[in-house]
Design a protein around this ligand. Structure first.
Ligand code: HEC
Length: 136
């Protein structure tokens, strides 16, 4: 098949635009960290049930405790999965809970009248932290 003459320049232009918008969406920025990016999400949405007062599902997500409670730690609900598997968000049970795809219990965060959702941005922040190795 003959490649139309306009196709290569158009592809280059498209790649530039995609790269450019990607940069503006923060994709080339430093990966999120637990302390700066992920812990505030736990503080705002999770620690009322997974914190100093209550540790639902034997899980404490408060600052200083969260790392040791999730990274490499088996889920109590599905013990073939760990809560956070560094580099593998899809097989991290915590990720499945916040995407409401977990095999057991409800989606997180839970509320009084059912489960709610974190924002897409918050979910993406946690996903990127795990994908980048879930460092302390
Ligand atoms: C209103 C209380 C409440 C809130 C808020 C809440 N959870 Fe939960 N969580 C629970 C309860 C109760 C369970 C066990 C039953 C279930 O899964 O529905 C649980 C289970 C879990 C589990 C499974 C633990 C395991 O080892 O299997 C994870 C992971 C989890 N929550 C993460 C979170 C995260 C992350 C947030 C915040 C985004 C959050 N939860 C907010 C009450 C809560």
């Amino acid at each position: 098949m003959k490649i139309p003459r306009w196709l290569p320049p158009l592809s280059v232009a498209a790649a530039c635009v995609l790269g450019w918008t990607g940069a503006f969406r923060g994709q080339t920025a430093a990966p999120p960290t637990l302390a700066k990016d992920v812990q505030p999400i736990f503080d705002g949405n999770c620690i009322k049930c997974h914190g100093p007062k209550e540790q639902r599902a034997h899980l404490d997500l408060s600052a200083g405790k969260s790392f040791a409670m999730i990274v490499g730690v088996p889920s109590v609900q599905v013990d073939t999965l760990v809560r956070v598997k560094p580099g593998d968000p899809e097989n991290s049970y915590l990720m499945q809970k916040i995407r409401h795809t977990a095999a057991q219990g409800r989606g997180m965060p839970r509320g009084f009248f059912g489960s709610s959702w974190l924002s897409d941005r918050e979910i993406e922040t946690i996903r990127a932290w795990i994908a980048n190795g879930a460092k302390p």
